[in-house]
Design a protein around this ligand. Structure first.
Ligand code: ATP
Ligand code: MG
Ligand code: MG
Ligand code: MG
Length: 439
């Protein structure tokens, strides 16, 4: 992509309304624009990040055998009357009436709708286990939308729903989600700690939230410092083996890690004092096992091997896809701007031509763009007629992991400069070597 032909409305001034770094940086880097309180347009750079986050979520759901689908944003109120939540949900639910005076709502979550789909099409234990998920926009009329996309009113969520014949099956599905989520967050460069949580309006008796530690997080968290050292890495786990999956979950949940809602001073006191931490965290996901809370009132049943008809055991599992864009920035930025982890960066590498119009520099840049593209990478080439300093500042702000700087002086010796955004380290090398290094 040539920057001269792209749409990257970078802001020079720091927007006054933004209180936290990720919000400021997303606005300044031209990723988002607020259209109403808590409602955002995703500008081209922001959309690229959002799509990469989504792609990781999809890949990790596919890895553990979950099936993607898509449910609508608008839902009939009647479904929610069946579960009793139409009245319970309160003011966070955006209620809409259509021209025929039918009550609709903009879905804040999809338990009722998926249960309706299930009861229409599934009737036997033979069709279980089943996990369906989608990534769709949600609406919650948050009383205080703030921090940009972190607490929006319209936001993108991955929500997955599990159906099992009994509690054991459902708990395996729960654990399998924990495994998939751990890998998902790790691939985004995040340490997201599963913490025992309280259930809220989704209801249920087993639930963990995943929290990214950040001083600007909205949740107070209490944890054993040792949880921060746990990592899944690239270990292979058979997601169909309940014991193997459980072993991973046990490893990640045995150390003390709780939010203020479930915090227990006595249990916390058992953590060695030098490892006890109190801090703040951003909730980037949550998993719930809630048994038959929806299947019973809504009549979602299956026939068991011995011919009995029982309500199906369910769970729901959510990832805050749009919130993650902000959370990743909170966890990875410096005074000059964003520092994207490789897994979610909007472009893989930035190319800065310090002397636009110089024949050697222009053609070297074109060559580098072509070589990178041929390797399947997406470079962003700053070919604008701008000072080098302004180009560097833009690249630092938008945070691409690598920058290749091309100028006539270096080229005279056959060299360009490769700079790592995270460490700031710069090295001179041939254009071919630079391409090979970032590929
Ligand atoms: P919170 O405690 O932050 O209000 P929640 O517990 O109400 O979130 P869930 O119902 O667990 O949210 O939804 C799943 C995920 O969706 C959350 O873990 C979070 O990452 C994301 N999410 C929830 N509300 C918002 C919002 N208003 N804006 C952006 N993301 C959100
Ligand atoms: Mg909420
Ligand atoms: Mg919450
Ligand atoms: Mg939650």
């Amino acid at each position: 992509m040539r920057l001269s032909r792209y749409f990257l409305p970078v802001l020079k001034e720091t927007p006054a309304e933004a209180q936290i770094a990720s919000h400021r940086l997303m606005l300044r880097a031209g990723m988002i624009r607020q259209q109403a309180a808590g409602i955002y347009s995703w500008l081209p750079l922001g959309l690229r990040v959002l799509r990469r986050i989504e792609a990781i979520v999809h890949e990790e759901q596919a890895r553990v055998g979950h099936i993607p689908m898509l449910m609508p944003t608008l839902q009939p109120a009647d479904l929610w009357r069946e579960s009793g939540r139409y009245d319970d949900y309160g003011q966070e639910m955006l209620r809409i009436t259509d021209r025929h005076k039918r009550d609709l709502l903009y879905g804040p979550t999809n338990e009722e709708m998926i249960t309706d789909i299930f009861r229409a099409h599934v009737g036997s234990y033979r069709e279980l286990p089943l996990t369906l998920y989608h990534i769709q926009w949600k609406f919650r009329d948050e009383i205080r939308p703030r921090f940009g996309v972190m607490r929006g009113r319209e936001f993108l969520m991955k929500d997955g729903y599990t159906f099992d014949v009994d509690r054991d099956g459902a708990l395996h599905a729960y654990n399998r989600h924990m495994l998939a989520y751990l890998r998902t967050y790790e691939r985004m460069g995040l340490t997201a700690i599963p913490m025992r949580a309280a259930s809220g309006p989704i209801g249920g008796d087993d639930t963990h939230e995943f929290l990214v530690l950040a001083s600007t997080g909205e949740s107070e968290v209490f944890y054993d410092q040792a949880v921060c050292d746990l990592a899944l890495g690239d270990r292979e786990v058979d997601h169909d083996d309940p014991a193997a999956v459980r072993a991973v979950c046990d490893e990640f949940t045995q150390l003390y890690a709780r939010t203020d809602e479930t915090h227990d001073e006595a249990a916390f006191a058992a953590v060695p004092e030098d490892r006890r931490r109190v801090g703040r965290g951003i909730e980037v996901g949550q998993i719930f096992y809630f048994g038959t809370k929806y299947s019973e009132p809504m009549g979602a049943t299956v026939v068991t091997p011995d011919g009995a008809r029982v309500p199906v055991h369910m769970g729901s599992h959510g990832i805050g896809v749009s919130r993650l864009a902000g959370a990743i920035i909170e966890a990875s930025h410096d005074a000059r701007g964003i520092i994207w982890p490789e897994g979610v960066t909007p472009f893989h590498v930035g190319i800065v031509n310090v002397k636009q119009g110089d024949m050697a520099a222009d053609s070297a840049c074109d060559g580098i763009v072509n070589a990178l593209t041929a390797r399947g990478l997406e470079p962003l080439y700053d070919d604008r007629d701008e000072r080098a300093g302004a180009k560097f500042a833009t690249m630092d702000l938008i945070g691409l992991p690598w920058r290749i700087t091309v100028g006539p002086r270096g080229l005279a010796q056959g060299l360009v400069e490769l700079t790592c955004r995270r460490t700031g380290q710069a090295e001179e090398m041939s254009p071919e070597a630079a391409v090979a290094r970032v590929a």
